[in-house]
Design a protein around this ligand. Structure first.
Ligand code: KG4
Ligand code: ZN
Length: 363
């Protein structure tokens, strides 16, 4: 890739309506603007994302987010080379809203349309932010995703392992709900854990008895509920200290499990490709205890560690623009027949994951 490209990216697959303009060349992108309109207050009362509410809010906010992104980049559609949009996986109503918006803009402006896999957006972000070269190992840890991917090129991904049930962010959110903290739960559990004793409750480290890189978080949530219920039965309720200790012990169990499975994924990755970087993205990567353990694991295994700035780790439009840019640079575009895919695994050869999480289908 030598030509400089300017791409508008649109993302609406979960609970953030996002649009961004990214300019890039080779493995380096400059984010000219990035607008993210969250929906947290709309879903807070339910302790998770309500798909129909999300879709309506996206439909209302998409035009505004795109307009603001172009304005912040001091551009009009005439300055854009192509329009990239999340075409899946995710909550179908939101994905369709974003695609209708992108198709309208593409038809009106004559600019090419590029359908982007949301997970490819997350997985390619470290190239935009840190310019890392292929191949590298990616750990995606968020409210909707949890998987290890060998990123071999902008179109080739090998799934090394992933959750067989909940994503870790979901487990944090459920923990927060069980303990009467707010939503999203991750930051609140982390905050409570600061004053907690991480050794007080012995929570399981799920699937460590299996040699693979798969993870499971639903049993951990059940263990936490049991510990809470025992305290309530014993004492008639839980104290703030109990709550902090539960949060700290839960967080350590997630961190230990992720660190050990990451160590195994690094070893498995070496059999697949000749790379030496671990990149971590997703909202859960914001957790300091988890991030520190993952950094330590990378150091012990002698691989570099990259974690893009949080605003590009959580759902955003820039990652979609960047993934679109990588495809467009290879002459790859879509047309108006592009359709939304609620399920769209990056590695088509991997065994499909069962079930559907609070934030949509597990890819
Ligand atoms: O990547 P993200 O913004 O959205 C997707 O799920 O795609 O991730 C949001 C998730 C939520 O479940 C939230 O509770 C979790 O990331 N999270 C955290 C922290 N900050 C956000 N989990 C643990 N510790 C945190 N500090
Ligand atoms: Zn995401």
């Amino acid at each position: 890739m030598t030509q400089t490209l300017t791409i508008l990216g649109i993302e609406s697959s979960c609970d953030d309506t996002a649009a961004a303009v990214v300019r890039g060349q080779d493995a380096h992108g400059e984010v000219l603007s990035s607008i993210v309109v969250g929906q947290e207050e709309l879903h807070a009362a339910y302790g998770g994302v309500v798909p129909e509410i999300a879709a309506r809010a996206h439909a209302e906010q998409l035009d505004i987010a795109v307009e603001k992104a172009l304005e912040d980049a001091q551009m009009t559609l005439n300055d854009i080379d192509a329009i990239a949009v999340t075409a899946g996986p995710g909550l179908i109503g939101g994905v369709v809203s974003g695609m209708m918006c992108a198709k309208g803009l593409s038809a009106g402006s004559g600019r090419p349309l590029i359908g982007v896999n949301h997970l490819a957006g997350h997985a390619l972000t470290p190239r935009m932010t840190d310019g890392i070269a292929f191949p590298y190992l990616m750990l995606l840890v968020s409210g909707g995703h949890c998987q290890f991917l060998a990123v071999l090129s902008e179109t080739e991904f090998r799934r090394i392992g992933g959750t067989i049930d909940d994503a870790p962010g979901e487990a944090f959110d459920k923990t927060a709900k069980l303990l009467g903290l707010g939503y999203p739960g991750g930051p609140l559990v982390e905050q409570a854990a600061v004053n907690g004793d991480e050794k007080r409750f012995k929570f399981p480290r799920p699937l460590l008895d299996r040699p693979d890189c798969d993870l499971s978080f639903s049993g951990l949530k059940t263990a936490l509920r049991r510990a809470r219920d025992l305290l309530i039965a014993d004492q008639g309720g839980i104290t703030v200290q109990d709550r902090n200790d539960l949060c700290a012990s839960f967080q350590l169990a997630v961190a230990d499990t992720l660190a050990e499975k990451t160590r195994r994924a690094i070893i498995a990755f070496r059999d697949i490709a000749d790379g030496n970087t671990l990149a971590v993205a997703g909202g859960v990567a914001a957790n300091q205890v988890i991030a520190d353990k993952l950094r330590e694991t990378a150091r012990d295994q002698d691989v570099g560690f990259v974690s893009p700035p949080l605003k590009y780790c959580t759902d955003n439009g820039a990652m979609i623009a960047w993934a679109g840019l990588e495809r467009f640079a290879n002459g790859d575009t879509d047309d108006m027949t592009l359709s939304a895919r609620p399920r769209w695994p990056l590695d088509q050869s991997a065994t499909p994951m069962l079930g559907s999480g609070k934030k949509g289908a597990k890819a």
